[in-house]
Design a protein around this ligand. Sequence first.
Ligand SMILES: Nc1ncnc2c1ncn2[C@@H]1O[C@H](COP(=O)(O)OP(=O)(O)OP(=O)(O)O)[C@@H](O)[C@H]1O
Length: 260
Amino acid sequence: MSDVLEFAGVGVRRGGNALLDDIDWSVEEGERWVVIGPNGAGKTTLLQIAAARIHPTTGVAGILGEVLGTVDVFDLRPRIGLASAALAERIPPEEVVRDVVVTASWAVTGRWREEYDVMDTGRADELLRTMGVSQLADRRFSTLSEGERKRVQIARALMTDPELMLLDEPAAGLDLRGREELVGRLSVLALDLESPAMVLVTHHVEEIPPGFTDILMLREGRIVAAGPLEVTLTAENLSTTFDLPLVVEKHGERWLARAA
Ligand SMILES: Nc1ncnc2c1ncn2[C@@H]1O[C@H](COP(=O)(O)OP(=O)(O)OP(=O)(O)O)[C@@H](O)[C@H]1O
């Protein structure tokens, strides 16, 4: 299995409810996927499987050439960069920003961490620079604005040089300027051939960064449509996904949607 993600008939059930049902999905190297859908559609659940944080109830989830359930997830997780609100909530408020980034690698290197300290700190600083927040390296995480926190989380997710990058609603809670700056940064990452495969969860087509290639549209735990953005992100598919008549437009490299 050489795909980054290869899901076949994946389902997740909790308390008699199907959170995900019969998901067939494949993500190849170099692809950048958007996962879109309304509240409760199952997006975060899907990402949790891709992050090897939960197992499917049914079906087979292939991740980075391994089959979930037959592999030690502690070997798999360091190969995956994850930025999510749930993860951010676990960051101690007193933690200094540079450490928020660098500890992603300590989790991987474990007992070797003393030897890797200088290299790790250098890489953390470089990633903070890439995300445009190097001036915040010595600040406490709790003192950052929401937009600054999001960028630090993305730097952290990149710290281990992952083969797969998962971003759960990276623009949620940002003001217009913050959103646009983040979309710009993510676009630079998406267009960089050296970047890992990426999956970005969002509610809004306006948040799709240029350079993203494909879209998975989810509703009530099932796939409405999946494939290349240009042909899949249609008014019809988006209307079905959100159960509302919608108009979709593309302006330059950006997408817009509104009620029909
Ligand atoms: N442990 C659980 N037990 C029962 N239901 C659950 C559990 N976890 C999630 N759900 C339900 O599963 C559905 C999908 O949740 P999920 O968080 O994956 O959706 P989402 O698309 O990410 O939603 P949002 O856009 O609101 O973040 C929701 O209706 C949620 O209430």
